[in-house]
Ligand binder design. Structure first.
Ligand SMILES: Cc1ncc(COP(=O)(O)O)c(C=O)c1O
Ligand SMILES: [Zn+2]
Length: 451
């Protein structure tokens, strides 16, 4: 849809969530499929105009050189955020209509300086679908689904990996690696392949089979570990030096969050530079939520939106809910969740390095955190597919399950404008929700007699 040789100009809310093709739509898109670069030079100038200025520690506030490869803050081992000289950004919201339908439309506020280093498979600018029938069922007048399942490699992990692999390459890395609950591994492998870089992926042995297949087929050195994502993280960290890997563990390097923050830019753009009242986000490491929160602050500074913020809602699985527990207990840091277990593999993250950033954003926004059961996620998978035609990943289904609870408790009202984040394609999890059609022999009399 997005890279089929046509330029898609607008996915505005006025279109009812559908697509509006501009008069330019019949003109062949320029670039977008040039290996190693996201766009044609005619669209994306070389340099990109990135206003990246430095890295800033989210904990101790010290600043660091953005032209060097960094991971955590060298002083306090907390998360580093890229900062931009936003006063220098000449981009106006109106300019965006003519740009390519990918997250690189926001290139001035992304970290890559030279378009030659933009590694793109067409990620981002996914539809913000209206969900009128689901809204009616839940008595929510304005309900939408941000359908991240339509990204390359079938999940929103594509955004973070596009940004991080691009910037790592620009800063001279030739090999990258990451621990992954599943989808990030597949995405990393694909972007590294696109970049001509070597990749290493370490995942829990029981992560979805498709994630193993996509990592292996994209040529990543792939290992399955008898443990969880934090065990995988330790293995990547200890092997990185020997293998020459730059470790792209989420929030342990500064740029995956930059890709994820484009979720926030898109939300505003697709809603006509307004934000919804409630954002429901399935939280593992929390990079998407932290990224959106950062995007909102940047857009306010740019003068693109006002000071209003959505209530940010964290959803986790009942079998792994460290952030929910910390939220309930009034803590700023979460304890590791022992024996984490859930079929929503992306939510099986027992400890998040950015826990304080997630919890700060939830509290500052007046939001909340809650967990849902496996049965609720399974039921919501079927409901979203049946009612709106969107087959969600279990993590995406968790947001609908959460909305049911929040409507029942009254924490979300029927007048709230609500956005659910379906972070991945349900097709990647074919065995999560029951789907067992009856079998008939080809010569069954039922065919003749009417089924
Ligand atoms: C489909 C899906 N949804 C949600 C998540 C959680 O994402 P985050 O780490 O940004 O909280 C993941 C992480 O693997 C995922 O694959
Ligand atoms: Zn620091």
């Amino acid at each position: 849809m997005k890279t089929n040789g046509m330029e898609i100009a607008d996915r505005s809310p006025e279109s009812g969530g559908g697509l509006i093709l501009s008069p330019d739509a019949l003109r062949p898109a320029r670039g977008l499929d040039r290996a190693g670069a996201g766009t044609d030079d005619a669209i994306m100038a070389n340099p990109t105009g990135s206003a990246l200025s430095h890295l800033e520690c989210t904990h101790c506030g010290r600043t660091h050189d953005a032209e060097e490869l960094h991971r955590l803050c060298p002083d306090c081992q907390k998360v580093l955020h890229p900062r931009y000289d936003l006063a220098r950004v000449r981009l106006e919201p109106a300019d965006l209509a003519a740009r390519e339908p990918s997250m690189w439309r926001y290139r001035e506020v992304l970290p890559v300086r030279d378009a030659e280093h933009v590694i793109s498979l067409g990620e981002g600018f996914t539809p913000l679908l209206t969900a009128p029938r689901l809204g009616a069922a839940l008595d929510v007048a304005d309900l939408r689904i941000k359908d991240e399942g339509q990204n390359p490699t079938g999940s929103f992990k594509a955004r973070g990996m596009s940004a991080a692999v691009s910037r790592a390459r620009e800063l001279g890395a030739t090999a990258v690696a990451a621990p992954s609950a599943g989808n990030a591994g597949g995405a990393l492998a694909a972007y590294a392949a696109r970049a001509g870089m070597t990749a290493g992926v370490v995942m829990p042995e029981d992560c979805p089979r498709i994630n193993q297949v996509e990592a292996v087929l994209a040529g990543a050195d792939t290992w399955l570990v008898e443990g969880l994502i934090d065990d995988a993280g330790r293995l990547v960290a200890t092997s990185a030096a020997g293998r020459g890997w730059f470790d792209l563990s989420t929030l342990k390097e500064p740029y995956r969050v930059e890709g994820k923050k484009t979720l926030g830019y898109e939300l505003a753009e697709q809603l006509g530079w307004e934000l919804p009242d409630v954002v429901i986000y399935p939280t593992g490491g929390g990079t998407g939520l932290v990224g959106m929160w950062k995007a909102f602050a940047e857009m306010t500074e740019l003068g693109w939106i006002g000071a209003e913020r959505p209530r940010m809602v964290v959803v986790q699985a009942a079998g792994c809910a460290p952030i929910v527990r910390a939220h309930d207990e009034g803590q700023r840091h979460a304890q590791r969740w022992p024996d984490a277990a859930t079929g929503a593999s992306g939510l099986r993250v027992p400890a998040a390095v950015g826990d304080y950033m997630i919890l700060d954003a939830v509290r500052a926004s007046g939001g909340t955190a809650l967990s849902v059961t496996e049965d609720e996620m399974r039921a919501a998978t079927g409901e979203m597919a049946r009612v709106e035609g969107v087959h969600p990943a279990p993590e995406g289904a968790a947001t609908l399950a959460a909305l049911h609870r929040l409507r029942a408790s009254g924490e979300v009202s029927g007048a709230d404008r609500v956005v659910l984040f379906n972070t991945g394609a349900g097709q990647k999890y074919p065995d999560f929700a029951p789907a067992d059609p009856p079998r008939l022999p080809a010569d069954s009399p039922a065919w003749r007699d009417g089924l």
